[in-house]
Structure formats: C-alpha cells, structure tokens
Design a protein around this ligand. Sequence first.
Ligand SMILES: Cc1cc2nc3c(=O)[nH]c(=O)nc-3n(C[C@H](O)[C@H](O)[C@H](O)COP(=O)(O)OP(=O)(O)OC[C@H]3O[C@@H](n4cnc5c(N)ncnc54)[C@H](O)[C@@H]3O)c2cc1C
Length: 277
Amino acid sequence: MDVFSVSSLEEAVSLLNTKKNAAIVAGGTDLLVKKVRNKLSVDSLIDICGISMLKEISNEVDCIRIGALTTFATLERELDAHPFCAALRQAACEMGAPQIRNRATIGGNIVTGSPAGDGIIALLALDAKIELISESEKRTVPLYDFFTGPGKTVIRPDEILTALIIPNQSGKSCFYKVGKRNALAVAVLSEAIYAEIREGKFETIRITVGSAAPTPIRAFRTEKFLLANRFNDEAVHESIRLIRDEISPIDDVRATAAYRREVAGNILRVLLQQLEK
Ligand SMILES: Cc1cc2nc3c(=O)[nH]c(=O)nc-3n(C[C@H](O)[C@H](O)[C@H](O)COP(=O)(O)OP(=O)(O)OC[C@H]3O[C@@H](n4cnc5c(N)ncnc54)[C@H](O)[C@@H]3O)c2cc1C
C-alpha cells in the first residue's frame, strides 16, 4: 500500500482525483483499526495531518468554523469560549480516552458516519453544516443530510471534508451519553439538546439521539410537542413518553432495544433539567 503525506489541500484533492482506490487518513483511530482487522481494501492512503489550515478554529461574523483536523482534545480545551457549544465540548470530554482524544479528529468522526459518533450527535443539535471539497467543486451540506445509513454518507470518493460550520446562537446546549462503562465506551445511547427558552416557553429546540436508529436522528415529534407547550413538569413527563415511542433502536451486543428506549427517556429528563440551571 502506498502512503502519501501531503501538506496542502490542493495536493490532497489532486491525489484523490488521480489515485482511484485511495482513502484519506486523519487521526487514524478508526481507519487503522480497520486495517489491523483486514477490513480496509484500498491501494493508497493520503495522510492529511500536515495541512495546518484544517486545524484552525475561527470566529466568523455569524458562525464558528472548525477545521476538520481539529482533535477532540482541542475541542475540549477551546470550546469554553463558546458557551452555546457546551454540547460539543461535553461530547469531546467524554469521547474515548486522552490518547484517543489527542489523535482523533472531528472530521474523521463525521466521515466514519457511526450512529453512535459522539461529535456527530452534538453537532446535529447545534445545526452544523459541513464543507466538502474536490478538485472541481466546493459544496456545503447540512450535517443532517450527510448520513444515509450505518457508516454510509453522501461524501464522494474524490471529496475531502474541510470544515464544520456552526451558526452563532444565543441558547444553551448539553450532551449526555450512556455507555457500558464510564470511559472508552461506545454509546449505548446518547442525546444532545440545543434550546432557546423565553418566559417559560421553548422558542427553539433541537433534540438529537445516537445509537437509536441506523443513522443519528432528530426527535422531531418530541421537539414539536415541547415547542407547543409551556416548559413545566407535565411537558417534561409527556416528552419522555414521546421520545421513547419516537426512536427505533435495535437489540445488539451492547443493549436491548427496550433498554435503549428506557434510557432515551431518562437522558431527556437529565438534559431538560440541565437547561433549567
Ligand atoms: C479505543 C477507541 C475508542 C473510541 N471511542 C470513541 C468514542 O467514545 N466516541 C466516538 O464517537 N468515537 C470513538 N472512537 C472512534 C474514533 O476515534 C472516532 O470516530 C474519531 O473521531 C475518528 O477520527 P480520526 O481522525 O481518527 O479518523 P480516521 O481513522 O483517520 O478516519 C476515519 C474515516 O474518515 C475518513 N476521513 C477522515 N478525515 C477525513 C476528511 N477530512 N475528509 C474525508 N474523509 C476523512 C477516513 O478516510 C476514514 O474513512 C474510538 C476509537 C477507538 C480506537
């Protein structure tokens, strides 16, 4: 297998265009596990870690732009400056272990397309978009439209994910994950919320759930109910019932579907309580 280390985006997209069976490698924490398990069938790897412009977090007029090579350790350190992004910071703090967080990138987390991806669940609640670049085109895709199935996305073989764009917002967000243990655990179920509340009513709410369906999902019915009602104990109680009904988890090695439904309601209760603080 050939490995190419590049230091510019131009070089990377050009190589992707010419090498027909190639894969990008960023932190390598997903890709190299696949390789060790003989589940990686590519002829070349394009290592993009040398492209420094993909490691920047910048504040633009109406958004925060996070380079695809930003590691979870950097998100953990630097998102304090953006309180409405608390969900993403919490997801970064709980992801893997320090060794993994120092290597794993947010771009790699998104492209892996796992329904359990911690960064993905937080970013969906923040209404993020992603930027994809090929030699011939640059396009922006709402993150919600990126996933088509477990591990499947709309990225084309000639494209690189360059950045995530999170619109500036005035509300609060939070993230919570239940795993089989406290660290190094893939989520049995995870949720994130972004909300703006005024005079006891939700003006905006987005609830996202991981490990509850073939792709990361929004709990639209539960959101609609909360938007239509005052934020009080009765509404919280009903929203817990709704979210358990709305998701479609499966039984697998980590948990049963019934357990996941139960946990989805319990996490929602915790997150709604956190919004009140
Ligand atoms: C021990 C361990 C614990 C883990 N714990 C967690 C956890 O708690 N939560 C969690 O969500 N994940 C976890 N993971 C999974 C993994 O660490 C993350 O998904 C990570 O964010 C992947 O990023 P990476 O930079 O290492 O990606 P890589 O392994 O380099 O790449 C992953 C995939 O994305 C593609 N890719 C990467 N960057 C780009 C780009 N910019 N443009 C186009 N394609 C790209 C690659 O071609 C590959 O297909 C864990 C993994 C390990 C090994």
